[in-house]
Design a binder for this molecule. Structure first.
Ligand SMILES: *Cc1c(COP(=O)(O)O)cnc(C)c1O
Length: 245
């Protein structure tokens, strides 16, 4: 990637999704950003479903824009997005004319510098985000991430006990989402309905994966016992014997 980037003066930025919520795959963002940084190309990262749960060191990483949202792993209400911007990224924003009135980062940065905002903010979402960040900081970011790792480990044990192997290899899995092949003869809608009757919601695969996989997500303040109880209901819905997780 490095030599191609260096040879292409027309490439202005590299954009990458940190956590592919569609499959539960973590992309090697640190390596990609390092390569782009060496080629002096800006790096834009979609960290929407990873921020708070996954490791990602920002200082010196080459990441210029990290886009995050109030919900998902920060556990606030949906409705607010924010961008962490490097000094180099802020300089770049100042050079680029806005392409939209509302989504104009320069306008937000200018407003922030004077303690203001260009538009009426979504106060309930921001207030909930503030409370969620307060809770997270009281526990500490490392502890927050650790809880996600613990939940993912229990979910993996539950799935393994049922003989269900996620489509992403264990070393590339996130701490929140598992995409699992639908066992032969199992219809997604039937599985979804059976689990929903028991109080659990699973997600379908997206696009061409809709008929192939189902997804299980453990974001938010789920207790480990909730995940184990889910495993029991999943076993019943699939007519399988659970192994203790
Ligand atoms: C959820 C998600 C989005 C979209 O975020 P919304 O808050 O639903 O608009 C974008 N990227 C990723 C990786 C996501 O998981």
């Amino acid at each position: 990637m490095r030599c191609r980037l260096a040879a292409r003066a027309d490439i202005d930025a590299v954009a990458v999704v940190h956590h592919e919520t569609t499959t539960g795959l973590l992309n090697p963002v640190a390596e990609i950003a390092e390569t782009a940084r060496a080629a002096k190309v800006a790096v834009v990262v979609d960290g929407i479903s990873s921020f708070g749960a996954e490791e990602l060191a920002l200082a010196g990483s080459g990441i210029d824009f990290l886009v995050c949202s109030s919900n998902k792993c920060l556990q606030g209400l949906p409705g607010a997005a924010f961008v962490l911007i490097s000094p180099r990224g802020a300089d770049r924003v100042a050079e680029v004319p806005p392409s939209s009135v509302y989504l104009d980062l320069g306008g937000y940065l200018g407003g922030a510098a004077s303690g203001s905002v260009p538009f009426t903010p979504a106060i309930p979402a921001l207030s909930s985000l503030d409370a969620a960040l307060g809770e997270l900081l009281a526990r500490g970011p490392a502890d927050h991430r650790l809880r996600y790792a613990e939940r993912a480990a229990v979910l993996d044990a539950v799935l393994e006990g049922l003989g269900l192997e996620p489509i992403v290899a264990s070393e590339h899995r996130s701490r929140t989402v598992r995409a699992i092949p639908l066992p032969r003869g199992v219809d997604y809608e039937d599985l979804h309905a059976a689990l929903k009757r028991d109080g659990y919601v699973i997600y379908a695969g997206q696009g061409p994966l809709a008929a192939e996989i189902f997804r299980v997500c453990c974001m938010g303040t789920l207790e480990l016992d909730t995940l184990r109880a889910f495993g029991d209901r999943l076993a019943a819905a699939l007519d399988r014997e659970p192994a203790p997780a």
